[in-house]
Design a protein around this ligand. Structure first.
Ligand code: FMN
Length: 138
């Protein structure tokens, strides 16, 4: 099974989760400026909310790489929202790209709110999520 990790971040919060997933599954995490050069059966895709939506760059990434995506597994951070799946699935569904029901989401620091998040526990939980997802996907 071919696995890829891509993320979009503005202040580094989601990058921390991407690096945790990378360590857990032994695959390099790259930002979304790196296209998928081969088919990823599983694409761990990290993103966050900015004004109640995922960034357009993330949606463009899905569109530009749709032929190389087997299934997206969302992970992400935000200040208030609890899931990235809805905006990602909205973009992916139109393109016929599958999105897993399972995802990992935690708080991300936003100014003085949620200072230090993702924290060590979030990082460990993201690793556990990725390992558990892959072991149940096999
Ligand atoms: C311009 C801007 C808009 C944001 N809008 C939202 C929002 O609508 N809902 C929310 O839960 N968090 C919102 N946040 C908080 C971010 O989602 C949160 O800080 C996230 O961890 C940022 O991740 P990043 O560092 O990977 O970019 C916003 C942050 C910024 C900078």
């Amino acid at each position: 099974m071919n696995i890829a990790i891509r993320y979009y971040t503005r202040s580094g919060n989601t990058k921390k989760l991407a690096e945790a997933v990378a360590e857990a599954v032994s695959v390099e995490a790259k930002d979304i400026t790196a296209p998928l050069t081969e088919k990823a059966d599983i694409l761990f895709l990290g993103s966050s909310y900015y004004a109640f939506d995922a960034d357009d760059a993330v949606k463009s990434f899905i569109s530009d790489n749709k032929d190389n995506i087997g299934k997206i597994v969302c992970f992400g951070t935000s200040a208030m929202m609890k899931s990235m799946r809805k905006p990602i699935a909205k973009a992916a569904d139109k393109l016929g790209v599958a999105v897993a029901d399972e995802e990992f989401h935690c708080r991300g620091q936003f100014g003085k709110i949620h200072k230090g998040r993702p924290n060590e526990k979030d990082i460990e939980d993201a690793k556990k999520f990725a390992i558990h997802f892959l072991s149940s996907a096999k």
